[in-house]
Ligand binder design. Structure first.
Ligand SMILES: NC(=O)CCC(=O)C(=O)O
Length: 273
């Protein structure tokens, strides 16, 4: 299975409609791939908080239309990154859209962990609360978005739901690029699953992006990695049997100890003294 990650450039000077058309063209050009991934919030920019309201669109809005057509034109599974979704009640979500090769929408994932603490996405967007996997043939795909990468329990939940690979679109800033790379590899190693981590190129809203998209094998090997934040397409060949073979040969997931008791109160108090 051939995967392509499109590390598209997002900058404030390019109108959203032009970037949407450019993204659709880049996807449509990936006819030799099986699975294509775009980054988080590429229509507007993950840090362009002031534009979230104006860029918000319904699930069936212009990005959906363009991406459904592009997936069908290329005949690929398409993780179209995420959009600022305006729900019918007016709430905003950071929503990922996934398409089957027919162009039919196969999944919607609303980012569960919002980034920003007391500002930005964390206050402007609502949080999703549903784990989502996509039945990509031979390689069930678990969905997560950017900051979600810091929450291993989400990925373990997706693993328990059958994921053999994770798609992680992101708008991860350059300032914390080392975390991005380490966390992507950690999620692959601990879950024995592929990680397809697609970052954003360029800089927007005064936030230089890390780029550095990477594709990690279930054994933690980096199969392909972008050197920086230039716009590019990163490709790798995935073996759909790799995760299950590794899980059979090195069955660490079976050694989990769930439901351990909390430390006794006296022991915890003793430690604090
Ligand atoms: N868009 C994001 O979720 C950014 C996450 C981030 O900057 C971090 O986790 O660090």
């Amino acid at each position: 299975m051939r995967a392509s990650l499109i590390q598209i450039r997002v900058d404030d000077s390019e109108p959203v409609a032009e970037r949407r058309a450019r993204a659709a063209e880049l996807v449509a050009g990936q006819r030799d791939a099986d699975l294509v991934v775009l980054p988080e919030l590429w229509p507007v920019g993950a840090f362009a908080f002031d534009s979230f309201e104006s860029a918000a669109e319904p699930l069936d809005g212009p990005t959906h239309q363009a991406m459904a057509e592009a997936a069908a034109a290329a005949g690929v599974w398409l993780h179209a990154g995420s959009i600022v979704e305006r729900a019918p009640d007016g709430a905003l979500f950071n929503t990922s859209l996934v398409y089957a090769p027919s162009g039919e929408r196969a999944a919607v994932y609303r980012k569960i962990h919002r980034f920003g603490f007391d500002r930005g996405e964390a206050v402007l967007m609502s949080a999703g609360d549903e784990l989502v996997t996509v039945p990509v043939p031979d390689l069930p795909l678990g969905l997560a978005t950017c900051y979600d990468l810091r929450f291993p329990e989400l990925f373990r939940g997706l693993t328990d739901a059958g994921a053999l690979a994770f798609a992680v679109p992101a708008g991860w800033p350059e300032a914390r690029h080392e975390h991005w790379t380490v966390l992507a590899r950690a999620r692959a190693v601990e879950n024995q699953a592929y990680v397809l981590a697609c970052g954003t190129a360029g800089a927007h809203a005064d936030t230089p992006q890390a780029g550095r998209s990477l594709i990690v094998s279930p054994a933690g090997e980096v199969l392909a990695e972008a050197a920086g934040a230039d716009e590019l397409i990163l490709r790798a060949e995935l073996d759909p049997a790799a995760a299950t073979t590794l899980r059979d040969r090195f069955p660490a997931l079976k050694d989990r100890r769930l439901g351990l008791a909390a430390p006794k109160r006296e022991a915890a108090a003793g430690l604090a003294d």
